[in-house]
Write a protein that binds this ligand. Structure first.
Ligand code: SF4
Ligand code: FES
Length: 326
């Protein structure tokens, strides 16, 4: 076991744990943001640099500080390590710079983007971004690529986090897309026009931290903050069948995998559950889904989980919990 101090808080974790996971064990506001790391995906992390932290003491044995800021998602802890995140001005300044860099080519089209309201980059920009850009060059443009009937790619929004590539590699039988080109020319593509069709291909939509990959069956149907999330399940021969339904009135507008507080998928789901089962009768409704208080869906709701869900007629009152008062 290794004991580390993170933003002044001591935490003990297993050897080999990364600094980011140690911080997540503490939880709350001290946890560094992550745009490319994704716990279920092997090899993820180390691409976006938003999780940078300062190691002011390397370990109990060798207390020298690490000379540069390090990516917390890929740096393992050492016993006696001291790390600063929210308490270090250099880290906060660096993060501001990284957000500015990520936004250089990312269009500010949140008002028409389906990811708005649940976009990691949008949240990150609110917390660490600046209101104006210093960039005056033209932004990158791309030829439109068709990924098939279910997935819409907006390459201009992509931050090249590689999550969708790892997902296709690790949970589907064949990957037909990847990052083509390098440096400024790098882009997500299929090389020869190819559709991403595989039983689990829809999961690339869930792992995308921005609106680069969106669900064609849900696009422009509604804003996420007008919908009610419900936990539901069905007997599915291909996946666990445990999903979140996003409904408005009696209509199921979207089906996604369930995500945890770090927006990471708990269990990947198949395309049949995601794209073909849009009737309430297809599902056994478990009840409203607890949505993190930081989510836009929680705005103006003083009770959790979200209440008054019309398609669950006899929801027991006991499932409605009072929010802690501030
Ligand atoms: S499309 Fe989305 S998930 Fe894939 S690399 Fe780009 S930002 Fe990441
Ligand atoms: S989350 Fe650590 S580098 Fe992207």
């Amino acid at each position: 076991m290794a004991k580390i101090t993170f933003d002044g808080i001591e935490v003990e974790v297993e050897d080999g744990t990364t600094i980011l996971q140690a911080a997540r064990k503490i939880g709350g506001d001290v946890v560094p943001p992550a745009m490319c790391f994704y716990t279920p995906l092997k090899g993820s992390g180390g691409k976006c640099r938003v999780c940078l932290v300062k190691v002011t003491q390397g370990s109990a044995r060798d207390p020298r500080p690490m000379p540069k800021l390090v990516a917390s998602c890929i740096t393992p802890v050492q016993d006696g390590m001291v790390v600063e995140n929210t308490t270090n001005e250099d880290v906060l300044n660096a993060r501001k710079g990284i957000v500015e860099m990520l936004l250089i080519n990312h269009p500010l089209d949140c008002p028409i983007c389906d990811q708005a309201g649940e976009c990691d980059l949008q949240n990150l920009s609110y917390e660490h971004g600046v209101s104006a850009t210093r960039y005056e060059e033209p932004r990158r443009t791309f030829n439109k690529i068709d990924l098939g009937p279910y997935i819409q790619l907006h390459m201009t929004r992509c931050i090249l986090c590689y999550r969708c590539v790892y997902t296709a590699d690790q949970i589907t039988e064949k990957r037909v897309h990847g990052v083509l080109g390098r440096g400024d020319a790098a882009e997500i593509g299929t090389y020869i026009e190819n559709v991403i069709d595989n039983d689990f291909s829809g999961n690339v939509i869930d792992v995308c931290p921005v609106g680069a990959l969106t669900d064609k069956t849900w696009r422009f149907k509604n804003r996420v903050w007008f919908t009610k999330p419900l936990n539901a399940h069905r007997d599915c021969p291909t996946c666990s069948g445990k999903v979140t339904l996003w409904s408005r009135g009696d209509a199921v507008l979207r089906v996604t995998a369930r995500k945890d507080e770090y927006a990471e998928v708990e269990e990947f789901i198949c395309n049949t559950c995601r794209f073909d089962k849009k009737e309430v009768s297809d599902w056994t409704i478990e009840g409203p889904r607890n949505i993190d208080r930081g989510s836009v869906i929680s705005a103006n709701h003083y009770e959790l989980p979200v209440i008054n869900v019309p398609i669950v007629p006899n929801l027991p009152k006991s499932t409605v919990k009072k929010m802690p008062t501030e």
